[in-house]
Design a protein around this ligand. Structure first.
Ligand code: 5GP
Ligand code: ZN
Length: 114
């Protein structure tokens, strides 16, 4: 956990552009954006992956989505549309093992995602 990049962002040990913060959540700009607007929204608490969420932790997931929706409106991408993504484990494309929701907007996205 000491080495976890997103724990270090949460603790402000690593620089980032923070877009939103409350007691349990932080949203910041992705360092390698895949769209004109690309943020990641993380719980402050270290949870490695979405599949680790326990039955009594549904509010963690709901909170990430709520912050994503709010941020999309604030950043002006909500009306045209945006994408919320959670990658899980290797085949899911997860590279940082601290649960995060991607918020991507500002361009059209394709389906299937590839
Ligand atoms: P994943 O592939 O795990 O779903 O997403 C990890 C995301 O974190 C990637 O989009 C990557 O660009 C981003 N990322 C990795 N390291 C850092 C960092 O140090 N700061 C920020 N702001 N984003 C990071
Ligand atoms: Zn962490």
């Amino acid at each position: 956990m000491e080495q976890c990049i997103f724990c270090r962002v949460v603790k402000k040990e690593l620089p980032s552009t923070i877009l939103y913060e409350d007691e349990e959540t932080v949203a910041f700009k992705d360092i390698n954006p895949q769209a004109p607007f690309h943020a990641v929204i993380v719980p402050k608490r270290h949870i490695e992956r979405v599949s680790d969420l326990k039955d009594d932790q549904t509010t963690v997931a709901a909170k990430l989505i709520q912050v994503g929706n709010r941020l999309a409106r604030k950043e002006g991408v909500a009306e045209k549309g945006y994408r919320l993504v959670i990658n899980c484990n290797r085949d899911g494309g997860q590279t940082v093992y601290h649960l995060h929701l991607h918020l991507l907007g500002g361009r059209p996205f394709h389906w299937p995602p590839g």
